[in-house]
Design a protein around this ligand. Structure first.
Ligand code: NAD
Length: 300
């Protein structure tokens, strides 16, 4: 898609961070912009900000983990704007900890938003796009964590690998079916957003194990896992030093124009080396001349 003017874009998680960055660029492109988010206050803030930039904006309170909410989002979009041409399945939450210590609620929360949210987006919107039979584009947000399964973010990694697999499958199926729908998978490196705080705050009461604030939770966890203190500090610092969400939004639009499937926002040497090591290790193991062992992987 080269021309965006007057076309409709739906962005889940559009009230903050990368989603809002995509929405701002969409306004610049004179698109009709639907922002769907679970955070009602952020949604109001984002609506005001986008309208100030001159945007035609529809905010829709949505929990992407709930199929009926995503169905309602599609209905509201069609009622208001009559079509949808770009869908950004972008809503996501973080979650950390050792895999075997994660609670059932931890699994349900992160899988529900990051993986089921994208699944619902595909289930609901692809048939609409097929029915429209015009040029459309779907951007699913994964992460570098969809390519590198680093310790301490196991559930998150699983969801993001899942989004890469889902997107690659979708790419092939939409090609086989000779449709006009293009697909990309957005795999950001670190982007300067409040994902950690937002994820903690937005977690629904029924999926919380304890009534505790984020600072206390982090402090308690580090007391029982002191060896990971520097990992924590590095994570928060690197997030702060990350790319601006607006720049991420621009990168997404350039990729849509180029019909690029993989969208990487950070092509720095360290990511390339880590992905290359993993891929080479798999290829070597495949050739059966070198086992893929603990020593093959790079962990921070
Ligand atoms: N920030 C990074 O460094 C980074 C890196 C790689 C991937 N990502 C991915 O980018 C996407 C956006 O993250 P971000 O960093 O902009 O975070 P963010 O917290 O700034 O934005 C995420 C938005 O999703 C919304 N959201 C959360 N749960 C929701 C739900 N159930 N239904 C609807 N909306 C919901 C939040 O309210 C928030 O507005 C996520 O999928 C995240 O995993 C982020």
């Amino acid at each position: 898609m080269k021309d965006f003017k007057d076309k409709v874009v739906v962005i889940t998680g559009g009230a903050n961070g990368i989603g809002l960055g995509i929405a701002k660029r969409a306004v610049k492109e004179e698109m009709k912009v639907v922002i769907a988010d679970i955070d009602v206050h952020a949604l109001e803030r984002a609506e005001k900000e986008l309208k100030k930039l001159g945007g035609l904006v529809l905010p829709v309170l949505t929990d992407v983990s709930k199929p009926e909410n995503v169905e309602a989002l599609a209905q509201k979009t069609l009622e208001t704007f009559g079509e949808v041409r770009i869908l950004c399945n972008n809503a996501g939450v973080g979650g950390g900890g050792l895999l075997w210590e994660s609670t059932l609620n931890d699994w349900k929360y992160v899988m529900g938003v990051n993986l089921w949210g994208v699944i619902h987006g595909i289930r609901v919107f692809v048939p609409i796009m097929l029915n429209q039979d015009n040029e459309c584009h779907i951007v699913n947000t994964s992460s570098m964590a969809g390519h590198l399964a680093e310790p301490l973010s196991g559930i998150y990694n699983i969801t993001k690998f899942g989004v890469v697999a889902l997107s690659e499958t979708l790419l092939g199926e939409l090609k086989n079916e000779n449709t006009k729908i293009k697909v990309s998978v957005l795999c950001p490196g670190f982007v300067n957003t409040n994902i950690a705080t937002n994820s903690f705050r937005n977690r629904p009461a029924e999926l919380r194990d304890r009534d505790i604030d984020q600072e206390t939770a982090n402090k308690e966890w580090l007391e029982t896992h002191p060896k990971y203190k520097s990992y924590f500090e590095t994570f928060y610092r690197t997030l702060e030093e990350g790319l601006s969400p607006d720049k991420a939004g621009d990168i997404v639009f350039e990729a849509i124009k180029d019909e690029a499937f993989y969208i990487f926002t950070d092509t720095s040497f360290i990511w390339k080396r880590m992905v290359k090591n993993r891929m080479n290790g798999i290829l070597e193991a495949f050739k059966q001349n070198k086992p893929y062992t603990r020593e093959t992987i790079e962990v921070y």
